[in-house]
Design a binder for this molecule. Structure first.
Ligand code: IPM
Ligand code: MG
Length: 363
């Protein structure tokens, strides 16, 4: 089969890890007889340098035409001035909104071979297999008003946490559907003891649960969830939450897996159902790590497993996705590590070497 993919490597380590993702994708294509047509575009700081904006209309149009988008990372100190009119992150947010990618899936698994490489006790993280579903196009990131202004008593700023019933319902459905294909436990995370938007969220979750009598729905306040994630993480199956809570909880959850460099993500424009294809954008959850850029040390595994998620969710290529995930596991089992997951007695390798080894095992 033939698939059109837009690749947006971005800033910092983005291009380095994206190259390894593409390497593995091409190995899969060769092995299973698929053709992946790749079109490259600029996003983030590199787009600001070249065009003055983090995402051009042309790049957005290119993404709208293709079957899936693969993204590296955006941002860096060069573009970090808080007074700047444009920032790299605008590119990412513009893509999420422009492509209507409302559902962000961030799975967290602890590979048995990495159980000793995290800062948390092995007994606590044993058996973790959870997925965080983060709402991606609403809440504080996009709510209006959103501004800074001068008053007679000094400067003021406001951000708005706003959600419509429709927005809440569709993301909760993603949570329910995923739970149905897994262990049938859904934790809806909110701050209903304080926020009005959370009280609506919780009400809708309760109403929707009528449609999903087979799913055990549990509500949890976001602060309690942050605590539970390091106290008893293996208890979770699917977590569903609003944009900002999801941003924070997924960084926390990534540490369960040993490193941000291990976690992939999918941002989807529809409700993922087994056997159906959904348009999406795929990216590692880590950032552009400017201090690691250009040194061939970054961990490309999150990018490589993001490619696997693309094959699974946007192209329906389940066997191909599993081939990649197994190849990653094999490389780790054979003792190879990037610096971020390095342990005594293992062999440290660079970005390219890690990509080569995964690609070889896919081929
Ligand atoms: C993420 C990142 C982004 C976010 C930034 C880069 C805008 O932290 O994808 O989690 O906050 O959503
Ligand atoms: Mg984040």
């Amino acid at each position: 089969m033939k698939f059109d993919i837009t690749v947006l490597p971005g800033d910092g380590i983005g291009p380095e890890v994206a190259a390894e993702g593409v390497k593995v994708l091409e190995a899969v294509g060769k092995r299973y007889g698929h053709f992946f047509k790749l079109d490259y575009g600029l996003i983030g700081g590199v787009a600001i340098d070249q065009f003055g904006v983090a995402l051009t209309k042309e790049t957005l149009a290119m993404c709208k035409r293709c079957d899936a988008v693969l993204l590296g990372a955006v941002g860096g100190p060069k573009w970090d001035d808080p007074r700047a009119k444009v920032r790299p992150e605008d590119g990412l947010l513009g893509l999420r909104k422009g492509l209507r990618l409302f559902a962000n899936l961030r799975p967290v698994k602890v590979l048995p071979v990495l159980i000793d490489s995290t800062t948390i006790k092995p007994a606590t993280i044993k058996g973790i297999d959870l997925i965080i579903v983060r709402e991606l196009t609403g809440g504080l990131y996009f709510g209006k008003p959103k501004k800074q202004w001068q008053t007679t008593r000094g400067r003021k700023a406001v951000d708005t946490l706003s959600y419509s019933e429709k927005e809440i319902e569709r993301i909760l459905r993603v949570g329910f559907e995923l739970a149905r294909s897994r262990r049938k436990k859904l934790t809806s995370v909110d701050k209903a003891n304080v926020l009005e938007s959370s009280r609506l969220w919780r009400q809708i979750a309760i109403e929707l649960s009528q449609d999903y009598p087979d799913i055990g729905l549990q509500h949890m306040l976001v602060d309690a969830c942050a605590m539970r994630l390091i106290q008893r993480p293996a208890d979770f199956d699917v977590i569903v939450t609003e944009n900002m809570f999801g941003d924070i909880l997924t960084d926390e959850a990534s540490m369960l897996a040993g490193s941000m460099g291990m976690l992939p993500s999918a941002s989807l424009a529809g409700i993922p159902k087994a056997g159906e294809k959904t348009f999406g954008m795929y990216e590692p959850i880590h950032g552009s790590a400017p201090r690691r850029a250009g040194q061939n040390i970054a961990n490309p595994i999150a990018m490589i497993t993001s490619v696997a998620m693309m094959l699974r969710h946007s192209f329906g290529l389940i066997r191909e996705a599993e081939t990649i995930e197994n190849a990653v596991n094999d490389v780790l089992e054979q003792g190879y590590r990037t610096y971020d997951i390095m342990e005594e007695g293992k062999t440290q390798v660079g970005t390219k070497e890690m990509g080569d080894m995964v690609a070889e095992r896919v081929a």
